[in-house]
Design a protein around this ligand. Structure first.
Ligand code: ADP
Length: 446
C-alpha cells in the first residue's frame, strides 16, 4: 500500500483545472484501483485468443512450475502469495516466456494479473552478466511506474543481482554515463530524454519492451507520440513487444498495431455488472431540502451496512456533508479535489466502518468493492454532457458483478420533471422497474 508522491504529475494538474463536477481521471483511477485492491479480480468469462501468425504455438499452463522459471524467481512468485496463475496469466505467461519470444497484446480489466505477468516476463528475460539495460517498461505516470517497480522488487526478492532503475521525473543521471541496470521502468518523456537525447542507454540493445496501461497512455497529451518515437528506436527483430490495456477499443487497438507486430492477442472480457438483486426506487422531492430530509429518513433506517450517496458536483457533496455532519452524522466525502493519498485514507476509513455514509462525486463511478454497502443513493441522477440519462454510469454505481451477488437497494432522488425523465429513461433502458418510494414511511425501505 505504500505510495510515494513527491511531485505533482500532469494528471493532477489537469484535474485541478477541471470544473466543479468530477470526471474520473484515467491515470488516477487506475492508480487508486491498484492501491486499494486486495487481490485478484474474479472473472468467469473465457479468454479470447487471436493470432495473426497461426504458426506461433499457444499453450496454457495451470501452475507456475510448468513455466520452468529460475528457481529464485519461482520462490519470489510464491513469496507474493500466488498459488496458481490467474486466468489471463495461464495464457499470457507461456507466450511471454516462450523461446523464441512472442509478441503479445493483452487486454483485461484492472486487477486480473497483467502486471504480475509482464513483471515476471521482464525479470525472466534479464541476463545479469550483461551490465546494461535489457528490458524497458513504459508507464503513463510517475506513480504508476513506481507501483510496477515495487511489484518487480517484490518478485525479485530472491534475485538480488537483478538491478532496476526508474526513469521518472526527479531522477537524474549525469551526462556521458552508461546505465548498468538491467531493467528500466519509466515514463515516456523521461525515457526519450535518457535514451535518445542523452544516450545513457541503448534502445537497440533491449530484448524486451513493455507498454503498460496503453489506454491511460493515450488519454494523456503527447504520451502516445513519445511511445511511438521510443518504439522506432528499438530493434524490432530482436526485441519482444508486450502491450497491455484495461480497455479494448479501436483507438487502443490502432495504437497496439503500431507497436506490436505479429502478436498473439488475448482478451478477457470484463464481467458485466447487473441490476439483478437490486431493488430500485425513486423518491419525489421538490427541492434540495426535501432531498436532504429523504436522505436522513433513509439514513435512519440503514441499520446494518453502509450507504454511498452520489452527487453531481463537488459543491453539492460539500453542502450535503456539512449539513449531515452538523446534524451529528458520521459521513465521509470523496471528491476530485482530494489527492490520491487522501482518497485512499477516506476509502480505508469507510471500509473499516468508521463512517456509515460516503458522499461522493463521479470520481468513484466504478468498483469500490465495499461489500457491506447495501444502499446506493443518487442524490443527483447521472447525466451526460447533454443532460441525457447516463445509463452506463448508473450501472457502475448501482450494479454488482457476480462476486457480490448480495442484494442491494438503489434510491434515486427526483427533484424535477427533467430528472423524472432521466429516471424513466434509465428504467426503460434496463427494463427494470424503479418503484416509487415514500420515505416518510420507513417500513417501505426495510
Ligand atoms: P492488473 O495489472 O491486471 O491490474 P495485477 O497484476 O496488479 O493486475 O494483479 C492484481 C492483484 O492480484 C494484485 O494484488 C496482485 O498481487 C494479485 N495477483 C496477481 N496475480 C496473482 C495470482 N496468480 N495469484 C494471486 N494473486 C495474484
Amino acid at each position: 500500500k505504500k505510495i510515494e508522491c513527491v511531485e505533482i504529475s500532469n494528471s493532477d494538474e489537469a484535474e485541478k483545472k477541471s470544473e466543479d463536477s468530477d470526471k474520473p481521471n484515467p491515470a488516477d483511477a487506475s492508480l487508486l484501483a491498484k492501491i486499494i485492491r486486495k487481490g485478484l479480480v474474479e472473472n468467469k468469462n473465457d479468454i479470447e485468443v487471436q493470432r495473426k501468425d497461426p504458426r506461433s504455438p499457444l499453450y496454457s499452463i495451470k501452475s507456475f512450475e510448468a513455466l520452468n522459471l529460475d528457481p529464485n524467481l519461482l520462490k519470489g512468485v510464491y513469496e507474493m502469495g500466488f498459488n496458481a496463475p490467474s486466468k489471463i496469466q495461464e495464457t499470457a505467461l507461456p507466450a511471454l516466456l516462450a523461446d523464441p519470444p512472442q509478441n503479445l497484446i493483452a487486454q483485461s480489466q484492472s486487477g486480473t494479473g497483467k502486471t504480475a505477468a509482464f513483471v515476471l516476463a521482464m525479470l525472466s528475460r534479464v541476463d545479469v552478466t550483461k551490465k546494461y539495460p535489457q528490458v524497458l517498461c513504459l508507464s503513463p505516470t510517475y506513480e504508476l511506474a513506481i507501483q510496477t517497480g515495487e511489484v518487480a522488487a517484490h518478485m525479485a526478492k530472491f534475485c538480488p543481482e537483478i538491478e532496476m532503475k526508474y526513469a521518472v521525473s526527479g531522477e537524474v543521471v549525469p551526462r556521458n554515463t552508461h546505465l548498468t541496470e538491467h531493467i528500466i521502468i519509466g515514463t515516456p518523456g523521461k525515457v526519450l530524454d535518457w535514451a535518445v537525447k542523452f544516450r545513457v542507454f541503448d534502445l537497440k540493445k533491449l530484448c524486451a519492451f513493455v507498454l503498460d496501461e496503453a489506454d491511460v497512455m493515450i488519454s494523456m497529451q503527447g504520451h502516445q507520440d513519445q511511445c511511438i518515437r521510443i518504439h522506432k528506436n528499438l530493434n524490432a527483430a530482436t526485441c519482444q513487444m508486450m502491450f497491455f490495456s484495461a480497455t479494448y477499443d479501436q483507438q487502443v487497438m490502432d495504437f497496439a498495431e503500431l507497436i506490436v507486430k505479429n502478436p498473439i492477442i488475448i482478451r478477457l472480457k470484463r464481467e458485466e455488472e447487473s441490476l439483478d438483486n437490486i431493488r430500485q426506487y425513486y423518491v419525489r422531492c421538490n427541492n434540495p431540502d426535501e432531498k436532504y430530509t429523504a436522505i436522513t429518513n433513509i439514513y435512519g433506517t440503514v441499520g446494518i451496512g453502509q450507504a454511498i450517496i452520489f452527487c453531481h458536483t463537488r459543491r453539492t457533496a460539500a453542502w450535503l456533508s456539512e449539513k449531515m455532519s452538523k446534524d451529528g452524522h458520521a459521513v465521509a466525502v470523496l471528491s476530485g479535489d482530494l489527492t490520491v493519498e487522501q482518497r485512499i485514507s477516506v476509502l480505508d476509513r469507510f471500509r473499516e466502518g468508521k463512517e456509515k455514509v460516503l458522499i461522493t462525486t463521479n470520481v468513484l463511478s466504478r468498483g469500490i468493492d465495499v461489500e457491506q454497502v447495501t444502499i446506493v443513493v443518487n442524490f443527483d441522477l447521472p447525466i451526460d454532457m447533454n443532460g441525457k440519462a447516463d445509463c452506463e454510469t448508473y450501472l457502475h454505481r448501482i450494479g454488482r458483478t457476480g462476486r457480490f451477488g448480495k442484494s442491494g437497494i438503489a434510491i434515486n432522488l427526483v427533484d424535477s420533471e427533467k430528472s423524472m425523465g432521466v429516471c424513466k429513461a434509465i428504467e426503460q433502458h434496463f427494463d427494470r422497474k424503479i418503484h416509487l418510494l415514500d420515505t416518510d414511511d420507513s417500513d417501505e425501505i426495510e
